[in-house]
Design a protein around this ligand. Structure first.
Ligand SMILES: [Zn+2]
Length: 295
């Protein structure tokens, strides 16, 4: 009896395993049908190459001949050939790069502007001082020039420059501030306020003392001005270098010259050298350690 029971149990177990094996054996058999599905899709690719041939023909033909169907094919046709055939898309993107760099070269031009000092604050001070000046075109002549020159026509208190001077804002401001001191000195020593300031020169591309071999003058940077004299109403003008010692005019000339050293880094005049015998040369040349040349 027990043998038969064990035999039945074994038979049941064997049957279960067989079922499991057959079930597992059937599952691997499932993939084959999947491979059959793509096989049906295989024939689809062929039609694509035909579409590729159509777009070039459409592009070459006029837009009037394109129908709604062809229009709908255009986007798809352009995308598919770009991926499949690199030959067609290559020529199109190629011309684009050269056009962009062509526009870029014009951009570098502003870089010089970065060198230009921001004289916005200086221009505001000029306005508050009462200096009349207007920006003029940048000056550039070899090593000479000024990025933001001004045409200065009038100093504080309505004192005109004769003629107008082309100066940097820094030099114009110094001239304006100095002129207010000149007015005070004139009223004290001559009992008259200047009505006009005579200018011998401002911007000029030249070496110091008109020597071509010499270092460039500050005039070459619109950073210097030559004052020849002062015109008064009701009395003779005071000409620099032409005053007689011991006279009010000589005292006036000496005082304004000395006062100029407070506003300009360089002050030269009669006695400095032969080149400055008849005018006051005033400039804003920068020197090491802030040294000034006041002679
Ligand atoms: Zn000069």
């Amino acid at each position: 009896m027990p043998g038969t029971i064990v035999g039945r149990v074994l038979a049941a177990l064997v049957g279960a395993t067989l079922v499991a094996c057959t079930a597992s054996a059937q599952s691997p058999a499932a993939p084959p049908p999947l491979s059959r599905v793509p096989a049906d899709q295989v024939p689809l690719p062929p039609p694509r190459p035909e579409e590729r041939r159509e777009p070039p023909a459409e592009n070459s033909t006029s837009k009037d001949s394109t129908s709604k169907d062809s229009a709908s094919k255009d986007p798809a046709a352009k995308d598919t050939p770009a991926k499949d055939t690199p030959a067609a898309p290559v020529p199109e993107p190629a011309p684009l790069p050269p056009e962009r760099p062509a526009g870029l070269p014009s951009g570098p031009a502003p870089t010089p502007a970065a060198i230009v000092p921001d004289d916005t604050a200086c221009l505001r001070r000029l306005e508050r001082l009462g200096v009349k000046a207007e920006p003029v075109a940048p000056l550039a002549d070899g090593m000479c020039g000024a990025a933001r020159p001004l045409r200065v026509t009038e100093l504080p208190d309505g004192v005109p420059l004769a003629p107008a001077a082309t100066l940097t804002c820094v030099a114009a401001e110094a001239l304006g501030r100095w002129s207010t001191e000149v007015r005070v000195i004139a009223e004290r020593t001559l009992s008259k306020a200047p009505q006009k300031v005579q200018i011998g020169g401002s911007y000029e591309c030249r070496g110091q003392n008109h020597d071509p071999a010499a270092k460039l003058s500050e005039h070459a940077y619109a950073n210097g001005v030559d004052v020849m004299g002062f015109v008064f109403e009701g009395r003779a003008p005071v000409t620099v270098g032409a005053t007689r010692e011991g006279t009010p005019e000589a005292a006036f000339e000496a005082a304004v010259r000395a006062r100029a050293c407070s506003f300009f880094r360089t002050v030269l005049g009669p006695g400095s050298d032969a080149a400055h015998a008849n005018h006051l040369h005033l400039d804003e040349r920068e020197r090491t350690a802030g040294h000034r040349l006041c002679q």
